[in-house]
Design a protein around this ligand. Structure first.
Ligand code: AMP
Length: 285
């Protein structure tokens, strides 16, 4: 496995493999790799001839400077895990390499996809930071396929919008959320859940499970499903920042579950904000 710091070197390696007809896969990450990331890398290794994993803690997508400072980093461990999962190249640039002197472009996506839910809490600038760095990674790597996790459902919607709106020639694959045995969605921030906070973090899963059960039992009213979901947080002493049933493609609020519906939630637990989601489908019941 090669570790690459500069864009020029990355472009050279990838261009060489592309000229041999190889299928290029890209897995963008912020490092601190866990089984969720590794599932994306394994999937990329199964589907592609060359797997590029980027590791870059992107400062422009952090709305809270304290969160950026506290974000866990362990490159040596990440490199071992990435290699074992099937990465061929790890691209790990410095912020100055990604945003050199004079950089002044932002990819700005508007509408509900960036202004609601996470965008309402963190500001749409969070997603503009994501869109800008992902557009830049796409330009540097020119992958055939890029792999993202359903864990960050709204981010996936934003990336699909980016690719469609700018005609970026990449296929976006969204992979299922990987969870701890007790249902907590894996996240790099989970290492900061200590003591009782680890148990309290199960509130999100409990809320989403409640929605799933209620839909299976015939409930279709989204306001009622949201109420039930929020109510399930109470025993954990956690309050949802938002708990919403939305259209999985546009993120528009839904009134009834008639086809696929995405339920998304976020909550502060101890020192971290957690997010989670589930897709339910009326047609499946
Ligand atoms: P991050 O390093 O948090 O920016 O995540 C990098 C990629 O891994 C994103 O596409 C995430 O959606 C994905 N990811 C993070 N956690 C999980 C998880 N628990 N299951 C599946 N994918 C995940």
């Amino acid at each position: 496995m090669l570790v690459v710091r500069g864009a020029a070197e990355l472009e050279r390696i990838v261009a060489d493999r592309r000229s041999q007809g190889d299928v290029i896969g890209l897995v963008p990450t912020m490092g601190s790799l866990h089984d969720g990331h590794l599932s994306l890398i394994r999937r990329a290794a199964a589907d592609c001839d060359l797997v590029v994993v980027s590791i870059f803690v992107n400062p422009t997508q952090f709305n809270d400077p304290a969160d950026l400072v506290a974000y866990p980093r362990d490159e040596a461990r990440d490199l071992e895990l990435a290699q074992a999962a099937g990465a061929d190249v790890v691209f790990a640039p410095t912020p100055a390499q990604v945003y050199p002197e004079g950089f002044c472009t932002t990819v700005r996506i508007d509408g509900p996809v960036t202004h609601t839910l996470e965008g309402a809490v963190r500001g749409p600038q969070h997603f503009w930071g994501v869109a800008t760095v992902v557009a830049k990674l796409f330009s540097m790597t020119r992958p055939d396929v890029a792999f993202f996790g359903q864990k960050d459902a709204q981010q996936c919607v934003v990336i699909r919008r980016l690719v469609a709106d700018l005609n970026i020639p990449v296929r976006v694959e969204v992979c299922p959320t990987v969870r701890e045995p007790d249902g907590l969605a894996m996240s790099s921030r989970n290492v900061r859940l200590v003591g009782e906070d680890r148990q309290r973090a199960l509130a999100l899963r409990a809320g989403l499970d409640t929605v799933q059960r209620a839909v299976a039992a015939g409930e279709r009213g989204v306001a009622e499903l949201e109420r039930l979901g929020r109510e399930a947080f109470a025993p954990f002493g956690v309050e949802a920042e938002y708990f919403a049933g939305v259209d999985p493609v546009t993120l528009h609020p839904l009134e009834r579950v008639e086809g696929p519906a995405l339920f998304v939630t976020a909550a502060p637990v101890g020192p971290v904000r957690l997010i989670d989601n589930v897709t339910v489908d009326a047609a499946a019941h």
